[in-house]
Design a protein around this ligand. Structure first.
Ligand code: AP5
Ligand code: MG
Length: 208
């Protein structure tokens, strides 16, 4: 099974992708997580990506496409994968067409006014990458692995506003792009995480 999760920053792509990939035994490929791990390791790609990420801009298409093309060749993708945060431009989607077919694109729709609140309370685990929100989780260590939680550098309010503008301009056109291809499914992301999960799972059900 090969899936794409679309949606604005803070829509809940990562939250849902973690659970769906586990449920179906497919690889969770988050380009944002991959870039952050390259930055932590201090690789040339990480160094190049850092400026773009800190400004809330997209990393150039050719770097991202090459990274994803390599990633989906790995063994854990044999059973399928879930792309979280890729593609993000029409040009990335066109490149993906030449690399792999896709069964379903799920757009997790959340109104803009909710996004700042979601990202403002987000805390990430420095060990396993799990995501939390201060409204429902009050500890400063991860309940799964015990590592400390941190706030992403690009989660500052001014950067988030710019990320949302970049989403509107460069990524939102993909909704029509995939609708026209006929494999788009839309889920209301402005619900509890459990309810969103049920709706995503229901959308995928026809595929398994
Ligand atoms: P990336 O890491 O992909 O960030 P993003 O797309 O901006 O999305 P987020 O990770 O911020 O949000 P999410 O939808 O995963 O929400 P989450 O589940 O965490 O990309 C970062 C940067 O990397 C980009 O800006 C760009 O520079 C670069 N990049 C990455 N991919 C690229 C690409 N393809 N091309 C070019 N550049 C690229 O949820 C958010 C919060 O809300 C959490 O606290 C969560 O607990 C909470 N929450 C989740 N669901 C709910 C709910 N239903 N109700 C209440 N709270 C909820
Ligand atoms: Mg994410």
């Amino acid at each position: 099974m090969k899936l794409i999760f679309l949606g604005p920053p803070g829509a809940g792509k990562g939250t849902q992708a973690e659970k769906i990939s586990e449920l179906y035994g497919i690889a969770h490929i988050s380009t944002g997580d991959m870039l952050r791990s390259q930055m932590r390791e201090g690789t040339p790609l990480g160094a190049e990506a850092k400026g773009y990420i800190d400004r809330g801009e997209l990393v150039p298409d050719e770097l991202i496409v090459a990274m994803v093309a390599e990633r989906i060749k790995e063994e854990d993708c044999a059973n399928g994968f879930l792309l979280d945060g890729f593609p993000r431009t029409v040009s990335q989607a066109e490149a993906l067409n030449g690399i792999s077919d896709i069964d379903m694109v799920i757009d997790i729709a959340v109104p803009a006014e909710r996004l700042m609140e979601r990202i403002g309370g987000r805390r990430m685990c420095s060990g396993c990458g799990a995501g939390y929100h201060t409204s429902s989780y009050h500890k400063d260590t991860c309940e799964k692995c015990g590592a400390s939680l941190y706030i992403r550098d690009d989660d500052r309010p001014e950067t988030v506003k710019h990320r949302i503008t970049v989403y509107e301009r460069q990524t939102k056109p993909l909704i029509d792009y995939y609708r026209e291809k006929g494999n788009l499914s839309r889920v209301n992301g402005d619900n509890t995480p459990d309810r969103v999960f049920d709706d995503v799972a229901a959308a995928i059900k026809g595929l398994v």
